[in-house]
Write a protein that binds this ligand. Structure first.
Ligand SMILES: Cc1cc2nc3c(=O)[nH]c(=O)nc-3n(C[C@H](O)[C@H](O)[C@H](O)COP(=O)(O)OP(=O)(O)OC[C@H]3O[C@@H](n4cnc5c(N)ncnc54)[C@H](O)[C@@H]3O)c2cc1C
Length: 419
């Protein structure tokens, strides 16, 4: 039986692993995973790369290593023909008997005039580019080469968890949370604007977490503008509510995703954001051998709210793999049930706000807990150890070296005496 999985992100990789790990059926399945990138990128850790605490190699993993029992094809998918059971790619057509669509979404942006630059935060390359951009701005400010206050500003559009994480980490990189008040300081200052069109941030989260996040953003020196819509972006300027504008050295889009244009090629019902409408078993209506999941689908009709998150895609991957197996065996399919394990959001400088197991947690403990959960989720023992080293051991080692240096103790001296 030929199963083709589209996308090497959360939904795709975990579906492939679940399908192949089921003995004895997994042995008989011919599973092909198609993705445009040769690596699985662990998006929830992008803010750590942006902050410079992890290197890109800590958060990207080779698909060939993760899906050893599958065929991995690196290709750009251009269309799907469900009548002929064929996926079209830039490297030729691929036939399937069962299809799993886990291609995620693409940023839904506002008009950007020619010459203006808009950064995204959807790939590891985006995160590294933005880190370099903000670091260059920080260097310019330190060297005193930027004089006018108006020129040092970063605008982040969208105050969801990703926008808040970028704004908080940027506040550490640019020093807005530590600086003296502008009037008292002669150094050029940065302004970080976080813009949200809804009247409140994090509407799906509890009031306590919302208030705590607002307080932390305030302390970080982030200007939070709610009920504000970005109407267009021009070179160096962002227009708000069609009227006033603010200057911007960097503009980052964290304002949500829409479906990929190629989703239209199936002729299946889409929502107004171009995402698939699926039934409770995660199948496309009228195409019982086609499943979709993750950021590619609209889950508004489900009995419980389901976020567009890695956590949801991970759980959907279990359900889809089970349903492919059940369908092959001629059994009734399972309905998807989402269980919320908790929410956590880093707020800069190894701190986070979280609500885990019904308990609100804040600070370094919340950050460590979130990172421990991610480390457990990262596929493969070697990858987990590498990540643990990057998150915990390397900072401890650096802290130790700093302490020894402060005390005037040379590392070489200690080593020689130990021998
Ligand atoms: C910065 C950031 C931080 C996040 N933090 C969290 C968090 O803390 N917790 C949480 O639960 N969620 C978090 N999320 C959300 C989570 O990462 C996504 O919801 C999740 O990745 C969705 O999984 P997916 O499989 O649907 O899509 P993705 O993981 O996006 O995978 C899509 C795959 O399809 C491939 N692809 C796309 N188009 C094509 C094409 N035309 N041809 C070939 N291949 C293609 C891509 O290369 C990719 O491999 C975060 C997201 C971001 C961007």
């Amino acid at each position: 039986m030929k199963v083709v999985i589209l996308g090497g992100g959360f939904g795709g990789v975990y579906t492939a692993q679940n399908l192949k790990s089921c003995w004895p059926l997994g042995e008989k399945l011919d599973v092909t995973l198609i993705s445009r990138s040769s690596h699985f990128e662990f998006k929830p850790l992008f803010p750590e790369v942006f902050a410079g605490r992890l290197s890109p190699d800590h958060v990207r993993f080779r698909l060939h290593d993760l899906c050893r029992a599958c065929h991995v094809k690196i290709a750009q998918i251009t269309g799907i023909d469900p009548r002929k059971n064929v996926v079209k790619t830039d490297k030729g057509d691929v036939k399937y008997e069962y299809l799993v669509i886990a291609l995620g979404g693409q940023p839904e942006s506002v008009p950007v005039t020619q010459g203006a630059e808009l950064s995204f935060f959807e790939s590891l390359d985006d995160a590294v580019r933005l880190r370099d951009r903000v670091a260059a701005l920080a260097r310019q400010m330190r060297s005193g080469r930027t004089k006018s206050r108006a020129r040092n500003s970063v605008v982040i559009i969208g105050a969801g968890p990703t926008g808040i994480e970028i704004a908080s980490e940027a506040s550490y990189l640019l020093g807005t949370n530590r600086d003296k008040p502008a009037a008292a300081s002669k150094r050029p200052r940065a302004d970080i604007y976080l813009i949200e069109f809804a009247p409140q941030i994090l509407h799906a989260w509890g009031q306590a977490l919302r208030d705590e996040t607002r307080r932390i953003l305030g302390e970080a020196g982030v200007h939070l503008l709610t009920s504000t819509r970005v109407s267009r972006i021009e070179r160096g300027r962002v227009y708000l509510n069609g009227e006033r504008s603010i200057s911007a050295d960097a503009v980052v889009w964290a304002g949500g995703l829409r479906g990929l244009p190629l989703y239209q090629s199936l002729g299946s019902p889409l929502d107004r954001y171009g995402r698939f409408r699926v039934n409770a078993r995660l199948q496309l209506p009228r195409h019982e051998n086609v499943f979709a999941m993750g950021d590619a689908i609209n889950t508004a009709g489900f009995p419980m709210p389901i976020p567009q998150s890695a956590q949801a895609a991970f759980q959907q991957a279990h359900c889809v793999a089970a349903n492919v197996r059940r369908s092959i065996a001629g059994k009734a399919l399972k309905e998807f049930r989402y269980s919320e394990l908790g929410v956590a959001m880093p707020v800069g400088g190894r701190r986070a706000v979280a609500h885990i197991g019904g308990l609100p947690i804040e600070g370094h403990v919340a950050w460590a807990l979130e990172k421990a959960l991610f480390t457990a989720r990262v596929p493969g023992l070697a990858n987990k150890l590498k990540l643990f080293d990057g998150l915990a051991l390397e900072p401890l080692e650096q802290e130790g070296m700093r302490y020894l240096k402060e005390k005037g103790i040379e590392w070489e001296f200690l080593r020689e005496n130990a021998e």
